[in-house]
Design a protein around this ligand. Structure first.
Ligand code: HEC
Length: 144
C-alpha cells in the first residue's frame, strides 16, 4: 500500500482522496449500535452533556472544536476506555460494556463517522480523526 500511495502521490493529486481522508477508513461499529447508543446517551449522558452533545455547566461539549482538540489524536478504543472508567460522573463504570460501546458508536457517528459492518466491542486502534471530523451530524442526533 505504501508503494502504491507513494506512486500515486507522484502521479496525481488524487492520492489525497485515495490514501488519506475520512472516507478511506470504515468505522468499527454498526448502525444498530448507533441507535442503541442514542437511547443510552439520552438516559445516562444528556443530562449533563446536552441532548445534542453541546455540553452544559461543567460538562464539556462532546462535539466540535473541544472534541477535536481532546480526542482526534486518540483511538476509538481509548475513548471507550475513558468513558467506561470515568462516566457518567457520579456513577462511574455503572453501565455494561455493551452500553458503553453503543454510546461510543453514537458519539463517533454524531461527529461524522459512518457506520461499518463489524460491531464495536471496545477495542479499536483506529484514530478518531480518521473516521470523525467533529462536525455535528444532526440526523444522527435526532435519529431521523
Ligand atoms: C453528572 C454530570 C455528567 C454526566 C451524567 C456525564 N458526564 Fe461526562 N463529564 C462531566 C464533566 C463535569 C466532565 C469534565 C470533567 C472530566 O473530564 O471528568 C465530563 C467529561 C466527559 C468527557 C471528556 C470530554 C473531554 O473533552 O475531555 C467525555 C468523553 C464524557 N464526559 C462522556 C460522557 C458520557 C459518554 C456520559 C454518559 C455515559 C457522561 N459523560 C455522563 C459530567 C457528566
Amino acid at each position: 500500500m505504501t508503494g502504491f500511495c507513494r506512486k500515486m502521490t507522484v502521479a496525481a493529486i488524487m492520492s489525497l482522496s485515495l490514501c488519506g481522508g475520512a472516507q478511506a477508513q470504515s468505522s468499527p461499529f454498526t448502525p444498530e449500535q448507533i441507535n442503541a447508543g442514542r437511547e443510552n446517551f439520552g438516559m445516562y449522558c444528556a443530562g449533563c452533556h446536552g441532548d445534542n452533545l453541546t455540553g452544559g455547566g461543567e460538562a464539556p461539549a462532546l462535539t466540535g472544536g473541544i472534541f477535536n482538540h481532546d480526542w482526534s489524536n486518540q483511538s476509538v478504543g481509548a475513548f471507550f476506555a475513558f468513558i467506561s472508567n470515568a462516566m457518567p460522573q457520579g456513577l462511574e463504570g455503572a453501565l455494561t460494556p455493551e452500553e458503553y460501546a453503543s454510546i461510543t458508536a453514537y458519539i463517533m457517528a454524531a461527529n461524522g463517522a459512518k457506520p461499518g459492518t463489524a460491531p464495536f466491542t471496545g477495542k479499536s486502534d483506529i484514530k478518531i480523526s480518521a473516521i470523525a471530523d467533529g462536525k455535528l451530524v444532526s440526523g444522527v442526533v435526532s435519529g431521523k
